[in-house]
Write a protein that binds this ligand. Structure first.
Ligand code: SF4
Length: 359
């Protein structure tokens, strides 16, 4: 599968992943548990891993949370990002505890000594720092200069934080340019992509509930992904974080940017429908969510235009009277009884996934 990357970015290591360079866009999420509740946090991260989350971030608002990092880190399998606001002691504790990346804005840390201490610790552990520019919390002097949050103001803020790190000879930087207004976020990310080559972490902040936030995030981030902008992605939803991962993966798949995920093609149904398509489509979607190969699976309500309409599908099923027609790349391969057609389809999916593994 062709992965589109139009923006040359600096490769930055996060745990055993490399973000930027020629690497695929990486899916992130953030826990909603109290970080100091190790058990709850670990359980949520394990569920996120299963959903396909590749990097997870935890909030670190106090020393109790920072102290929990080593134990959390021991029990999970994906890189751990620790999110800190202002307090450099929390950053030092998180780095010491094994954080794979920290999110802190160096311009907000305080004195030069404190900034230097954090940068030195990050360098020693070879971990990156994410600068999180947020339209809602721009520096006072930038707001005064521009009057209100603008893309130029956000880029100026990012460059200010970047310079603090570069002056200390630190370049393992990732930047996010979040805004709740999608037009502002798009412009800010576009301008950021033109202004520096550090990897960009994409997100539309406070995008809303599962339904509205999914649409808003997909609309905004879709524009950016289409332009090859973005190296990691988080969909921010007021919902269970596994939903964020599902949406992010689906969005990447839509752009052909996920080489390890299967896609479902299903028809909208109409009066020609011969099977309980909506139920089947949902069951197959759930089934393929765990498949780690770029397979296209089609589920169609009838065979009138069916198989031909889904010619690009690696495997599919079209409803007929009391039976299903299994097809590959638009060609019918065999008929199966309605009662067993979903099981037959799953077997075929598994066989194709196995072929990908052998390649
Ligand atoms: Fe209608 Fe058949 Fe097309 Fe589905 S595949 S929309 S049931 S004609």
């Amino acid at each position: 599968m062709q992965i589109t990357h139009r923006t040359e970015t600096r490769p930055v290591k996060v745990g055993d992943l490399v973000i930027g360079g020629n690497n695929e866009v990486v899916v992130q999420s953030m826990t909603t548990t109290k970080t100091e509740d190790v058990e709850a946090t670990v359980q949520q991260i394990l569920r996120l891993e299963e959903a396909g989350c590749q990097i997870v971030r935890v909030a670190c608002p106090n020393m109790k949370a920072a102290n929990a990092i080593p134990e959390i880190k021991k029990r999970i399998h994906i890189p751990l990002v620790v999110d800190i606001h202002f307090d450099y002691r929390l950053a030092l504790k998180a780095i010491e505890g094994g954080a794979d990346k920290i999110r802190i804005n160096p311009g907000n840390i305080g004195t030069q000594e404190k900034v230097e201490a954090v940068v030195k610790a990050a360098k020693e552990k070879n971990i990156p720092i994410r600068i999180g520019v947020n339209a809602g919390s721009l520096e006072k002097r930038i707001l005064e200069k521009y009057g209100y949050p603008t893309a130029d103001g956000m880029v100026e803020s990012a460059l200010h934080h970047i310079k603090i790190l570069e002056d200390l000879d630190f370049y393992d930087i990732i930047v996010s340019m979040k805004a709740s207004d999608i037009n502002l976020a798009i412009e800010a990310y576009e301008k950021a992509a033109e202004s520096f080559s550090y990897p960009l972490h994409l997100g539309i902040t406070e995008s809303g509930t599962q339904f509205a936030g999914t649409i808003k995030s997909a609309a905004g981030l879709g524009v950016l992904l289409n332009k090859g902008i973005g190296n990691t992605i988080r969909i921010s939803l007021s919902a269970d974080p596994t939903e964020e991962v599902k949406v992010a993966r689906e969005l990447l798949k839509s752009f052909g940017l996920a080489s390890n995920a299967a896609t479902l093609i299903s028809c909208p149904t109409c009066g020609r429908i011969e099977i309980d398509l909506i139920k089947i489509a949902n069951e197959v979607e759930e089934y393929i969510s765990k498949i780690q190969a770029p397979i296209k699976v089609a589920v169609l309500g009838c065979a009138v235009n069916g198989p031909g309409e889904a010619r690009e599908a690696d495997i599919g099923i079209a409803g007929a009277k009391g039976e299903g027609l299994l097809f590959r790349h638009g060609e019918i391969i065999r008929k199966v009884p309605e009662e067993t057609m979903v099981e037959e389809l799953k077997k075929e999916i598994d066989a194709i996934a196995e072929e990908y593994k052998q390649e």
